[in-house]
Design a binder for this molecule. Structure first.
Ligand SMILES: NC(=O)c1ccc[n+]([C@@H]2O[C@H](COP(=O)([O-])OP(=O)(O)OC[C@H]3O[C@@H](n4cnc5c(N)ncnc54)[C@H](OP(=O)(O)O)[C@@H]3O)[C@@H](O)[C@H]2O)c1
Length: 163
């Protein structure tokens, strides 16, 4: 497996999405996301790909989309059907970012080396949650601080058998 980092913005209650969109507008977070993932492959669920709308494919990054639909194909997307398939995929870089959404974070959780979390201080309503990660990721450092959120890097503290 390549090095795998999940990058996500979430509230204290781990809300990450609403109506297949983000529940907030945080331009500084989008800039941080762009800076951090630039030049690296990004893996996303088919629904997150759809939610990017006119911004897809994300420029300057290999866009990898995971789906169960074997007939699915869209311009600018490399398709995979399971996390394991990443090992047989020609990657433009060996540090890959998992960019969501909830189903895909859950699916990749056993494989992740680190988490970059924009910890949004306010609570927002939403319909999509990041999985509970406390068992394997408990220690973090704060990388950046903004008015509405801080960027945390969590390290894996417990190895998973499936890794
Ligand atoms: N706050 C953040 O940082 C952040 C980041 C990303 C996304 N989001 C939000 O998250 C929400 C979307 O998340 P979501 O959980 O609904 O969707 P998702 O994880 O983006 O995509 C789900 C899709 O992934 C595919 N999939 C799921 N499990 C699979 C498996 N085991 N094998 C192969 N393919 C699989 C399926 O595609 P098919 O149906 O095509 O088979 C499924 O419908 C949106 O609201 C979005 O804005 C937030």
């Amino acid at each position: 497996m390549p090095k795998l980092t999940a990058i996500v913005a979430m509230t204290p209650e781990r809300i990450i999405g609403k109506d297949n969109d983000l529940p907030w507008r945080l331009p500084e977070d989008l800039k941080m996301f762009k800076r951090t993932t630039a030049g690296h492959p990004v893996v996303m669920g088919r629904k997150t790909w759809d939610s990017l709308g006119k911004y897809k494919p994300l420029p300057g990054r290999q866009n990898i989309v995971i789906t169960r639909d074997e007939s699915w194909a869209e311009e600018g997307a490399t398709v995979i059907y399971s996390p394991e398939e990443l090992q047989n995929t020609e990657l433009q870089d060996e540090h890959v970012f998992v960019i969501g959404g909830a189903q895909i974070y859950q699916l990749f959780l056993p494989h992740l080396d680190e988490l970059i979390i924009s910890y949004v201080y306010n609570n927002y309503d939403g319909d999509t949650k990041f999985p509970d990660f406390s068992e394997h990721f408990s220690e973090y450092e704060v990388l950046e601080t903004y008015e509405e959120f801080e960027v945390r890097r969590y390290f894996r503290t417990e190895k998973c058998n499936t890794k």
